[in-house]
Write a protein that binds this ligand. Sequence first.
Ligand code: PBG
Length: 440
Amino acid sequence: MQNKTRYFHSIEFIVMASTIANMPLNVGTIKGLDCRSYGNFKPNALPIRPSVSTLPYRCMFVVKASTSDGPMKKLGRSDAECEAAVVAGNIPEAPPVPPIPSSPAGTPVVPSFEISRRPRRNRRSPVLRSAFQETSLSPANFVYPLFIHEGEEDTPIGAMPGCYRLGWRHGLLEEVSKARDVGVNSIVLFPKVPDALKTPTGDEAYNDSGLVPRTIRLLKDKYPDLIIYTDVALDPYSSDGHDGIVREDGVIMNDETVHQLCKQAVSQARAGADVVSPSDMMDGRVGAIRSALDAEGFQHVSIMSYTAKYASSFYGPFREALDSNPRFGDKKTYQMNPANYREALIELRADESEGADILLVKPGLPYLDVIRLLRDNSPLPIAAYQVSGEYSMIKAGGVLKMIDEEKVMLESLMCLRRAGADIILTYFALQAARSLCGEK
Ligand code: PBG
């Protein structure tokens, strides 16, 4: 068929991040959720010259709004004939109003509604749907949580299919490199600490040659522009499995814990962390950590505060991954009650006034209202954590063929963005970025 590209409405999707290590990543926005799900709407991996911005894009997709056999019929003339006709003053007629295709037998015959609003008009073609899509999803929005351990092997995590405790020396570096290849250049580290190093006061948390600081230094040496988030909390280091120091009567001590967290954050910053992320929910920790960082010359290190972190059962698989279940009791005296909404505003005000740079809501999908609450009440960037239980449920549903894993994954991430999250911490980061880039 001649000239068929004349009738394509092409939308250029800039999708591929650099494969070149250390190059600053600048991945364009992808209307990912929509672009892969339409019948006649197939991304074509045609490497063409980027028309927007310059490097480091590897290729772009031309998305065809219709195949050549679709309703947009070719006119049967060559480009040259069309041009000659126009030059001769023969401007084509408007296309005829197409005849209405026949409906199935038995379709009721009814007069057209006289309604002025027909919202379906703006949804009637892939080009229009794409033009009016309000929210976008890009690998640049993802932060990839990675589990590390001292071993050399990558050990699968039973409750989180597709996730591993990565050897800090090899497996981790490979995983980071894969993520960077598809535009994910932010990670958050979670260490699995040997039992022998766990104590009631979690002092290993600020050992400068401990697993996390050592890993940060290695990563920064290999990938200087990688953005490294760290977790600030005592639970991986606590022999009690709590985020803070436990008093004899079971009370989690607040101010004493914050003292330890400050040391932990400074130790992480010293190793090269870009963003320290207190996930412990002690009172006053953001301000204390800010002062401690500043006092040591780390004014440039950001704080992502777990502002609204709920005492959630969705963390189950994570605690298995790190063997960090509380040895007794639960975390309800510091993490928030899942029934509470207004209380998130109290945490928000504290974190803002204490100098947090990013506010996080956790878990993600069951707490979309809280994400929206923070979004509407603060100008700060909002992060959502799609936690282990959310991830594992989608994985399990996919394995059991109850849902389409890839579509549900992308939809859940898009919904977190729509609710107001700027960034999303998600174990799907690599898989979703690959999917958005047209890779499997
Ligand atoms: C603890 C911490 C937890 C998670 C991240 N940091 C678990 C908890 O609070 O018990 C959970 C993450 C997930 O479930 O994916 N500081």
